[in-house]
Design a protein around this ligand. Structure first.
Ligand code: SF4
Ligand code: SF4
Length: 221
């Protein structure tokens, strides 16, 4: 369970916990016909951007446009939250097929990870430490008093880009980038921030902009 944001240009990215039922099932959209899916997948794979410096640059360049799209999603898109969530999930599944987190690990390198007491107890036990020892070695207090892992890149990211505590990783790491969680509409500001960090978010957001917004504007008289 988590959300991420950047508080100002000088501050570190963070992965923060938030109190929503993120894993609730989302109704699937009607299945498209196979020809349409094939054509869409081809177009998507062709369009995907995975290079982090390019993503960072484009996220900054598109900031104003992204805010306009956010306003559209929140105010003018005449879809229920459930319908939008289903479209986001379906788009995410198609994008994620073409992006390998093990090749990326940008969230583990750049974001500050919030940990709660359950995470700390689980990780301490996994590492054979007491909770106090784990706290001393790995936990810091962030600006608003949250407990976070001390270092970026994350101390648990190994040399092969893998998480060395994967089965016991913090809950926020399990849920990032939160695209399968319900109520996407309420997290659009965070998503804009995450477009600069996560290739999956960047490309899903861009696909949504194309499908829900730009194509409609082109069709408008
Ligand atoms: S705990 Fe694992 S998944 Fe979480 S940031 Fe660190 S390396 Fe990444
Ligand atoms: S979740 Fe996003 S930022 Fe993290 S490893 Fe996967 S693609 Fe990269």
């Amino acid at each position: 369970m988590g959300a991420a944001f950047m508080c100002g240009r000088q501050c570190a990215w963070r992965i923060f916990a938030f109190q929503q039922a993120l894993s609730a099932p989302i109704a699937k959209l009607p299945v498209e016909n196979s020809a349409a899916i094939t054509s869409k997948r081809y177009r998507m794979d062709d369009r995907l951007i995975r290079d982090i410096p390019i993503i960072e640059r484009k996220a900054a360049e598109h900031e104003t446009e992204n805010l306009h799209f956010r306003s559209f999603l929140k105010g003018r898109l005449n879809w229920s939250d459930g319908r939008l969530d289903a479209a986001v999930q379906e788009t995410t599944d198609r994008v994620w097929e073409h992006i390998d987190c093990r090749q990326c690990a940008n969230c583990c390198r750049t974001m500050q990870v919030e940990v709660d007491d359950d995470d700390i107890a689980r990780l301490a036990s996994h590492l054979g430490l007491t909770v106090d020892e784990f706290h001393e070695a790995y936990v810091a207090m962030a600006v608003f008093g949250e407990k976070v892992l001390k270092t970026q890149p994350c101390v648990f990211l190994d040399a092969d880009n893998k998480c060395s505590v994967y089965d016991n990783r913090p809950a926020v790491c399990r849920d990032f980038p939160y695209l399968h969680a319900k109520d996407f509409r309420s997290r659009t500001y965070m998503m804009i921030d995450n477009t600069a960090v996560c290739p999956i978010v960047f490309n899903v957001w861009d696909e949504l902009k194309e499908d829900l917004w730009r194509s409609r504007r082109r069709r408008s008289p």
